[in-house]
Design a protein around this ligand. Structure first.
Ligand SMILES: CCCCCCCCCCCCCC(=O)SCCNC(=O)CCNC(=O)[C@H](O)C(C)(C)COP(=O)(O)OP(=O)(O)OC[C@H]1O[C@@H](n2cnc3c(N)ncnc32)[C@H](O)[C@@H]1OP(=O)(O)O
Ligand SMILES: O=C1CS[C@H](c2ccc3[nH]ncc3c2)N1Cc1ccccc1
Length: 393
């Protein structure tokens, strides 16, 4: 059971592991050369920032081979612009974008990415959080034709080596599957904006109690209708001038959670300023035009696999927020209006952060997907998802 993960510094499910590092090594212990790989394959570092063609190759691998739901009805379809954004935050390390190509035709067959992140972790016994520089791992993907050949452990060991050689010893990551050992498990929730399309692609179905109506779909549309203008006075798109205020209120909000990132001003600028078709952010400005509240969401479409009428689902995902002068359910209500106005079909979220405070009132329904959160080389007790303030793209 877990031939690879049983060899790794992750909690192995025995008694509560002690909190903190599970193994201690130094940079001198780290091999200086890349991990060995099959002779027909080669390691490759794409230049996602400067080479549109390198970015396109990573985009296409993920478009055709990345995460699907259990019934293979949908597959994430992260856009070019989204991947460039997700992979190149301030201080990113090019070599942590680890790809594998076939030597003969240079086709990309696998990928895994790491980016730097400062994570504040609170000791379970209480007390001040410890801020730790970690690596956030995402986009692990092996081409469908190369599955179940133990290539994933090789990718994981190589990215670990490239992170360790820079004296970073912890990572954080999420997965839809259960591995040794989650520190929390979150549940997906979905808020329909375009019920007709969601029923047509068989993501949603008309609830049986609607059959009594003369026009069930009309009633569903009415149930999920949202205002076409924001309710909150002073609600507007975030601008560069809001960065200092947003940094201040967001870091203060995230400090309440047991596990959450901290953001520098440059990171607020990168992660939270609006980017066309990628990330959408808004503030509530007071009479001096100073941001008192903040809310955001990102665009992550999914390919609809094998549907004649629609081939893409336009999904928005709630991102970071700081609700101070208005309740989060009022602020998130304006997010629903903005997402509907921009043509999104559904808003997805997890029961992390304070999200449970708006799920019911805003008519989010539970999905059948879970997202498990993990640390690498850091023992931590299992916490509830509402203690977690980290959003993974
Ligand atoms: C300090 C720095 C540390 C940095 C590293 C921190 C750790 C980062 C860890 C990665 C975080 C990724 C975060 C995300 O991106 S989560 C998204 C993962 N990607 C997908 O689901 C896309 C579609 N699936 C695939 O591309 C492949 O099925 C993948 C690549 C997922 C596995 O390939 P394949 O199916 O061909 O299998 P194999 O024969 O090569 O390898 C089998 C071994 O791999 C273990 N496995 C399977 N799925 C995952 C998974 N999602 N995380 C970790 N381990 C996984 C599995 O338990 C088994 O080990 P063991 O059970 O026998 O022990
Ligand atoms: O495209 C994919 C692949 S896996 C992920 C996902 C997550 C939770 C889900 N609950 N029901 C379907 C589903 C799919 N997902 C996004 C998604 C989310 C809701 C509806 C359709 C697709």
């Amino acid at each position: 059971m877990h031939e690879f993960w049983s060899t790794q510094p992750v909690p192995q499910g025995e008694k509560e592991a002690q909190e903190g590092p599970l193994e201690k090594k130094t940079v001198d212990d780290v091999p200086k050369s890349p991990y060995p790989i099959a002779s027909v394959l080669e390691w490759w570092v794409p230049d996602v920032l400067e080479s549109e063609d390198d970015l396109r190759q990573i985009y296409e691998l993920l478009r055709d081979n990345y995460v699907e739901d259990d019934d293979s009805m949908f597959r994430f379809n992260y856009s070019h612009a989204f991947l460039k954004w997700a992979l190149t935050p301030p201080g990113y390390v090019k070599e942590w974008h680890v790809a594998v190509r076939r030597k003969n035709d240079k086709s990309v067959v696998a990928f895994i990415s790491g980016i730097p992140i400062d994570i504040a972790v609170k000791p379970s016994a209480g007390g001040d959080a410890e801020v730790r520089k970690m690596c956030e791992i995402n986009f692990l993907c092996i081409h469908k034709r190369l599955r179940e050949k133990k290539l994933a452990p090789i990718l994981i060991k190589e990215v670990t080596r490239r992170v360790n050689v820079l004296d970073i010893w912890q990572a954080v990551y999420t997965a839809g599957i259960v591995l040794p050992t989650p520190f929390t498990s979150a549940q997906y929730f979905h808020r329909s904006l375009n019920p007709e399309k969601l029923v047509a692609i068989r993501f949603s179905r008309i609830p049986p109690q609607y059959e009594k109506f003369q026009n069930p779909m009309q009633m569903m549309k009415r149930n999920y209708a949202v205002p076409n203008a924001p309710a909150v006075r002073g609600f507007r798109e975030m601008e560069a001038g809001d960065v200092p205020a947003v940094k201040s209120i967001l870091n203060a909000s995230l400090a309440k959670f047991s596990v959450a990132p901290t953001f520098t001003e440059e990171e607020v600028h990168h992660w939270l300023l609006p980017r066309e078709g990628v990330v959408f952010s808004f503030v509530v400005a007071d009479s001096n035009n100073v941001a008192t509240d903040f809310v955001s969401f990102y665009s992550l479409p999914s390919t609809v696999i094998g549907n004649s009428k629609y081939n893409e689902l336009n999904a928005a995902y709630t991102y970071y927020y700081s609700a101070n002068t208005v309740p989060i359910k009022v602020l998130m209500g304006d997010v629903l209006s903005a997402a509907k106005a921009k043509g999104f079909d559904v808003v997805n979220t997890l029961d992390i952060l304070d999200n449970k405070e708006f799920l019911q009132d805003l008519k989010f329904g539970p999905g059948d997907g879970n997202l498990h959160y993990y640390f690498y080389n850091w023992g931590y007790p299992i916490v509830q998802p509402k203690s977690v303030g980290l959003v993974m793209l």
